[in-house]
Design a protein around this ligand. Structure first.
Ligand code: FE2
Ligand code: FE2
Length: 366
């Protein structure tokens, strides 16, 4: 199977214009892998990413197999990555380096293979592109290797960028979560509280009909609702008895404090977190704090986190109170519908209460 020069040019132009129109990362990776597969008429293509810290290789995209990870020094891909050298093998089954575990698992027979290591801009190997089985039982040629090398170098750049963006995203989320836990720890809450609030918020956002990306975002930032508590004195924060009015006023400043800590960030994630910190004590009827905002003027992130936070607080045991039973919690939400909480959110919560109880059970304090 070969293409003449004109066909090859058409293939490349079509592929590039295809890829240029894809904005979603997941889809983009699939397009890149398709390009590598089709440019050499291979049956399958996998994009392998090197995890240096754990010395593993894992599949970011793989035809026909679930994502897998394996020891980075094993198999033909491990070999290519370790030596930073492309491989072209037309008798895979008889190659001593071949690890047939995946074939065994999937019932697929690998016969021919090419592997091209991918490098980032600093010439560090970040993974490899692997194509398997040239179609119509043919073997891969030197020209195929050349084409694949070309496609791989094009793909590597994009993949490198995607990995970097994912890393930044992951770092941001981790930082936010740690900050959230820090805020809660100061007031002797458990880390599970923020975890549960995150999950309840995500579910409410989903039931409310927010787009998936917004649901994810809220899940990431709702643990930050009490970050402002890092600015409240210990004597008040952990006072064993009830707070007097003056102390209560100080306690209430945590909403604005949290907002102030985060408000100047340009990061979309922190901007969203600042909304949650600011508005999680506002009430639907306008009698909350700090700004007595009312109804749908309260950002949906604020309205959702308010419900999630209270639901979790009521159902958990604290130093100063026992956990409420479910009947009492349900009664409170019915009573506070349209007062403390967005009535529509209360309906969704009550209708799907079992799902919320399931989350509570899954992330219960130990
Ligand atoms: Fe709070
Ligand atoms: Fe909380």
């Amino acid at each position: 199977m070969k293409r003449n020069a004109e066909e090859l040019l058409t293939f490349i132009l079509d592929t590039i214009s295809n890829i240029a129109s894809v904005h979603q990362q997941e889809k983009l990776l699939h397009e890149l892998s398709k390009m590598c597969r089709d440019i050499v008429f291979a049956d399958r293509c996998s994009i392998w990413i090197l995890d240096k810290r754990h010395h593993t290789l894992w599949t970011k995209v793989a035809d026909g197999v679930e994502p897998i990870s394996m020891d980075a020094s094993k198999g033909l891909v491990g070999n290519a990555v370790n030596d930073n050298k492309a491989l072209i093998i037309n008798d895979v089954q008889n190659d001593v380096r071949f690890n047939n575990a995946i074939d065994k698992k999937t019932g697929y027979l690998t016969q021919t293979m090419m592997v091209i290591p991918m490098e980032n801009k600093n010439d560090e190997v970040i993974g490899a592109i692997q194509v398997i089985n040239k179609k119509e039982d043919e073997t891969f040629s030197k020209l195929d290797l050349k084409y694949l090398t070309l496609a791989a170098s094009y793909a590597a750049e994009t993949i490198g960028t995607i990995l970097l963006l994912e890393e930044i995203d992951k770092t941001q989320k981790e930082l936010i979560y740690i900050m959230g836990v820090t805020g809660e720890n100061r007031s002797k809450e458990t880390g599970f509280h923020v975890k549960r609030v995150a999950e309840y918020s995500w579910l409410l956002a989903k039931l409310y009909g927010l787009p998936p990306s917004e649901c994810e975002r809220l899940r990431d930032v709702s643990p930050m609702h009490d970050i402002g508590k890092i600015g409240i004195a210990d004597a008040i924060l952990n006072k064993p008895g009830r707070l007097d009015d003056g102390e209560m006023d100080i306690m209430k400043t945590h909403a604005k404090l949290g907002h102030d800590i985060l408000r100047y960030s340009e990061l979309p994630l922190l901007k969203a977190a600042s909304i949650v910190a600011y508005e999680h004590h506002e009430r639907f009827d306008g009698t909350g704090y700090p700004n007595q905002v009312e109804g749908e003027e309260i950002h949906i992130f604020g309205r959702i986190t308010a419900l999630a936070d209270v639901f979790d607080a009521l159902g958990s045991e604290r130093v100063y109170k026992k956990a409420w039973d479910d009947e009492r919690i349900i009664a409170l939400f019915q009573e506070e519908k349209g007062k403390h909480f967005d009535p529509h959110l209360v309906d969704l919560f009550l209708e799907h209460r079992e799902d919320f109880f399931a989350i509570r059970k899954e992330f219960a304090d130990v």
